[in-house]
Ligand binder design. Structure first.
Ligand SMILES: Nc1ncnc2c1ncn2[C@@H]1O[C@H](COP(=O)(O)OP(=O)(O)OP(=O)(O)O)[C@@H](O)[C@H]1O
Ligand SMILES: [Mg+2]
Length: 326
């Protein structure tokens, strides 16, 4: 049985402004399987949101998809026409944004926004849609759905708006949900509830979830697979236990060593020394070289390493000199 819900192949995206070009995403490939949570992690600017927005062609007008395909249900979402894409958006592949302002219309009562996703994709009357909208709001754990339905986004808390967005994203039972930092603006309790809801969807409906997050705690809690991004590239992928327990890329290693340990009383997170590169030209060599403790001559001579599962690796890594375990 083919259990792949969505495949991204060789995705490259550039932003072109008057002054400069940013090579935001380079040669990214991954598969998202049914009933699986794949977490994308990496520092700010690594290209995570650009990947997410590319999947449904929601990028800003300065963005240009240089190459690649997004295969869903036998079609390439980067190649289908706008009408076909609209039929997929929200219905089969849905997005949850970090910022409720970006995902909800400030001028429409939220109940009507939930009802609209139903009427726009299903043959159902307005009255029935409103009734179902109340149930959807109840299902995402909103205590007083009647009141919430009549409210405008600004009258609700961030956590409530986030739940409304999850309601909209899940209303039509999509095969794939892309959630870009769905909990980073929320307090820890609400965050745990939202993650629990995403986890239930995966278990009960077999939804495939691409979850973008900065938080390794979140990854360990809900993800099955993890992809680590650095400077627009996927540098390591694999099962959560493998990547978090035995990281192969020096960058993943460094990221994990910045996490506070329980027995260490730390005021602040340690940062990885150095800065991620500016991405104004295509990388000639591995972009991690300036910050890497394990650079070889080959790293400086050869093109950026591609993600590959070496014989003695436990999972794929893009590195000429990976961190060996045991
Ligand atoms: N509209 C834009 N115009 C120009 N450059 C952009 C634009 N959007 C993003 N970029 C650049 O593309 C790169 C990737 O950005 P992206 O937002 O995808 O990163 P991210 O991994 O989601 O970061 P964060 O964790 O901060 O959300 C960055 O260098 C960013 O500055
Ligand atoms: Mg982002």
């Amino acid at each position: 049985m083919n259990d792949t819900a969505l495949s991204v192949r060789d995705l490259s995206v550039q932003y072109r402004n008057k002054e400069e070009t940013v090579f935001a995403v380079s040669d990214v490939s991954f598969d998202l399987r049914r009933g699986e949570v794949l977490a994308l992690v990496g520092e700010s600017g690594a290209g995570k949101s650009t990947v997410a927005m590319s999947l449904l062609r929601l990028l800003s007008s300065s963005a240009e998809i240089g190459s690649g395909s997004v295969l869903f249900g036998g079609r390439d979402l980067l190649a289908v026409d706008e009408r076909e894409l609209r039929a997929v958006r929200g219905r089969h592949v849905a997005m949850i944004f970090q910022d409720p302002v970006a995902g909800l219309n400030p001028l429409i009562a939220v109940g009507d926004q939930v009802a609209e996703i139903l009427t726009s994709h299903l043959t159902i009357g307005k009255k029935e849609a409103k009734k179902q909208a109340l149930q959807i709001l109840r299902d995402v754990g909103l205590a007083d759905p009647e009141r919430v339905a009549k409210s405008y986004p600004f009258q609700l808390s961030g956590g409530m708006c986030q739940r409304v967005m999850i309601g909209i994203a899940t209303a039509l039972n999509p095969e794939v949900i892309v959630a870009d930092e769905p909990t980073s603006a929320l307090d820890v309790t609400v965050q745990a509830q939202i993650l629990y809801q995403l986890d239930q969807l995966r278990k009960q409906r077999g939804t495939a979830i691409l979850l973008i997050t900065h938080a390794f705690g979140v990854v360990a809690q809900v993800a099955d697979e993890v992809g680590v991004m650095y400077a627009g590239r996927l540098v390591e992928t694999g099962g959560v236990d493998g990547v978090l327990g035995a990281p192969l890329h020096p960058y993943t290693h460094a990221l994990l060593s910045t996490l506070p340990r329980l027995h260490e009383a730390r005021e602040q997170l340690r940062a990885i020394p150095g800065q991620p590169p500016e991405l104004h030209e295509p990388a000639a060599h591995c972009p991690f070289i300036p910050r890497c403790p394990k650079v070889l001559n080959a790293c400086r001579a050869d093109p950026p390493p591609v993600l590959h599962a070496g014989e003695s690796h436990t999972h794929p890594v893009a590195c000429y000199n990976p961190v060996w375990q045991g």
